[in-house]
Write a protein that binds this ligand. Sequence first.
Ligand SMILES: Nc1ncnc2c1ncn2[C@@H]1O[C@H](COP(=O)(O)OP(=O)(O)OP(=O)(O)O)[C@@H](O)[C@H]1O
Length: 606
Amino acid sequence: MKKNEKQEIINNRFQYSTDEVIEKPFNWKQMLRLFSYMKPYGKGLLPLSIMMVLINTAIRLVIPIIIGVYTLDKALVDKDMSLLIILVGVIAGLYVISYIANYFRIKWMNTLGQSVIYDLRKHLFTHVQSLSHRFFDQRSAGSILVRIMNDINSLQELFTNGVINLLMDIILLIGIFVILFVMSPELTLAIMILLPIMFFISTSLRRNIRRSWQTVRLKQSKLNSHLNESIQGIRITQSFHQQKENMQFFDGVNTETFESWRVASQKNAMFRPIVEMTNAVGTAVLIWYGAHLIQAGTISIGVFVSFAFYLGMFWEPISRLGMVYNQLLIGMASSERIFEYLDEKPIVSETKHPQQFNQIEGCIQFKNVEFSYNGERKALKGINLDMKAGETVALVGHTGSGKTTIANLVSRFYDPTSGAVTIDGVDLRDVSLLSLRTQISIVLQDTFIFSGTISDNIRFGNPMSTMEDVVAAAKAVGAHSFIEKLPKGYLTEVEERGNILSVGERQLLSFARALLADPKILILDEATASIDTETEMKIQKALKTLLKGRTSIIIAHRLSTIRDAEKIFVLDHGNVKEQGNHNELMELKGEYYNLVKAQFNMLDAG
Ligand SMILES: Nc1ncnc2c1ncn2[C@@H]1O[C@H](COP(=O)(O)OP(=O)(O)OP(=O)(O)O)[C@@H](O)[C@H]1O
């Protein structure tokens, strides 16, 4: 294979659904929404910071007048030394006040900015946690991370410096303009003629820059998705010795990110030279036309000097406004993406007055339930299921037949496309989600273990339970003996995903977790598919304890584990093909019989 072809294959090996470019014009409504996060500080930090800004700006505006008009034109011309000393003292005093005001402005603005970022991140994370499974089906974990971390971080600069700089610069500009105009309208107009030219050049750059920053965000999101996936899948990568290829892909994405940054910051950098060029032309106009006005006796030397001071001060806020505008553009792109998540409604939502499930029997019914994940292919095609309270029900069927989908609907991670799922006769759409999920525990084959101690993991569904409860639950499901052998027993720290534990041990842990949560309904998805016979026997014993007194749905490929189930549903392409207990179904000599026989033959052959 040619080198290029190989690179092409590598470049296409991972496809990440990147966020589409959200291309909208500058949106005041959105800005207001963003700034509404400052509202809680509207009576404290915000007015205090604004006050500091006003003090600082007023001082900066008044100093050139004192220097030009009073020091030069009065004290020096009149040779009034005592006035000169007073004026020097006043200027020094004003500078000290301005430094102090500046200190507090920076301090308070930083606190305000950090607080806004804290609130926004909290709001976004709380909201994302409440979203339905479909939201997470459609997005990579990496791209969600980018929004909660990077997009919010990029607003930090805007809230700590941007907003207040904007205010300060606008006041400065208006102030300077008014003062200049009062001092000499002709000279002001001569200099200001450059403003529209500058405005025109900078606006044409704006759109361009905005797009570039959006591209940067997209590339970053792709990079994050790949990083996240690479680390999660590192074991598979290493076992298939694909590190080099992975690195090549990473390198490609990394280079794209770098390139997009380069382009965006290059465009960004063009603002300053434009401003400086205008500054130079402005100074030339001032010297040429100002000298002419002095000669004509229209303005004094003091006014001319004040003008020079103000002109020096004038371009600085203009150039900073360009920077703030960029921050606003980055902020716009980020906030659009943040608000897009915040506006996402959970597709599984509660009615206005949902019913509380406090004490339930646990009788589950599926009535003509049809369901499709994507609106195209049906995962369930109008099925009817009847599970009595306290019954152990098994779902079997070939891969993709819809078993997990049934479990998803019982937990109401999705709503049926048509038909209804009921518990104790109540449609799940009318039940409070919290009260429903408190009644249900799910044990997945790929048990998720969180970073923390073993006991924290068992306690996950019932954080208030005592250590005695934790140990009792572990003993009941046969997990106690292996936990005891761990270096620190129940206090042993396990990292994310529980890598130090075997699959069977993780499963026993999740059984203990489920038992401690004491649910009325238990769902075991493929819970015993990947363990050895000895562990399986242990787990069978544990299961007996676990299933007692609960309605249990077991999804298992190992048919031996469901022999005792009161009812077995055999699924086929989203339909219920057969139902009955083990003996009835064996007698039927249908699909179930064939499945059992196939598995028996396979074991025999093995
Ligand atoms: N999140 C999803 N988005 C889109 N389609 C999905 C999703 N989850 C499952 N499907 C599809 O729905 C169908 C039923 O899937 P389901 O997970 O219920 O099968 P299953 O019987 O549990 O399979 P297995 O035994 O392999 O776990 C399959 O065709 C599957 O491809």
